[in-house]
Design a protein. Structure first.
Length: 323
């Protein structure tokens, strides 16, 4: 009875301040294995992974900006992970992973952001309960192990912007247990520009030449500005792109990835419009007005660009928000 009281108290305390329990302590309701569901059971009030490789996905709220917290215990030689912003599907998920590993042959230990930030120190011995806490706010990722910060990372590539939470059963021989699992949704982006935008060629036009075959923009809030990334393919197959961080203060910020530009500035023009100028040295090459529709689903980019031969191309591109 004492154990039950302690468990209820812990869950109740964590559930305050916007935290939502995502495991009822009795069943796998709300969770779905991508393959080999027999590798997952509920034992002694814990979600337990024991068997062949499998990943268990939370099928409730999608994580855009969120926190994910759980108590976890990994066996000696075991390997697991807490995924976030990941896609449901077979095999190892495509998404961020907070590693769970005390003594597996893989040297990347608990508290790591797998493939991004390595923690090689054993922070918790095997077969010991600990808390792992993830905060994903825009492209700012933080991980804590027993309240010790192990990761504080800005993902400038905006690798994963939305997706599910999931648990990993890495291999036969690993045994992992999770309990007191909670999720908290964080506020969305403050700027309507934030998101993934894909151009609709049929609703776009250039005064000179063809509309790009494809154009994608990914914009995320980062610190007190935005991280802007573009990728396009022209009709002749040439690839172009740009990457920069900037504030909305009309000052110049460095741009990389494009031979045509090296600096950019952004000036707000109301709540849903911005004037963005791209420069090469002191010369303005492209001037464009970005306008987001009232429903937040459409972005129009309209302006002029100086071509290498001195001509001026007038363009209007319409992009739809897909993420």
């Amino acid at each position: 009875m004492k154990t039950l009281v302690l468990l209820v108290f812990a869950t109740g305390a964590w559930a305050a301040d916007g935290w939502k329990p995502i495991f009822d302590g009795k069943t796998l309701d709300g969770w779905k294995a991508n393959e080999r569901p027999g590798s997952w059971t509920v034992k002694d009030g814990n979600i337990t992974g024991d068997g062949e490789a499998s990943h268990l996905f939370y099928m409730g709220t999608i994580c855009v900006n969120c926190e994910f917290k759980s108590e976890v215990k990994i066996s000696d030689g075991g390997n697991s992970g807490m995924y976030f912003r990941t896609a449901f599907g077979p095999g190892f998920p495509r998404g961020y992973e907070a590693q769970v590993n005390s003594s597996h042959r893989d040297p990347v230990r608990s508290g790591s952001l797998y493939n991004f930030v390595k923690v090689l120190e054993q922070l918790v011995p095997p077969d010991t309960w600990f808390t792992q806490h993830i905060i994903a706010d825009g492209n700012h990722i933080q991980i804590f192990v027993n309240d010790k910060k192990t990761v504080d990372y800005i993902d400038e590539k905006n690798t994963f912007t939305a997706g599910r939470l999931a648990l990993q059963q890495h291999n036969l021989g690993s045994v992992v247990a999770y309990r007191n699992m909670l999720m908290k949704e964080l506020p969305g982006p403050k700027t309507p520009l934030a998101g993934k935008w894909v151009m609709d060629a049929a609703r776009s036009s250039f005064s000179i030449g063809d509309v790009p075959k494809t154009l994608e923009l990914r914009i995320l809030e980062e610190r007190d500005g935005i991280r802007y990334q573009s990728a396009s393919v022209t009709t002749d197959g040439a690839k172009h792109g740009a990457n920069y961080w900037a504030k909305f203060d009309a000052k110049d910020y460095e741009m990389t990835g494009s031979p045509s530009y090296d600096h950019v500035s952004i000036k707000p023009q109301g709540a849903r419009a911005w004037a963005i100028s791209a420069k090469k040295g002191t010369e303005v090459i492209t001037e464009a007005k970005y306008t987001v529709s009232a429903d937040g689903k459409t972005l129009v980019r309209e302006g002029t660009a100086k071509l290498a031969d001195g001509q001026v191309n007038k363009f209007k591109e319409t992009l739809d928000k897909v993420e």
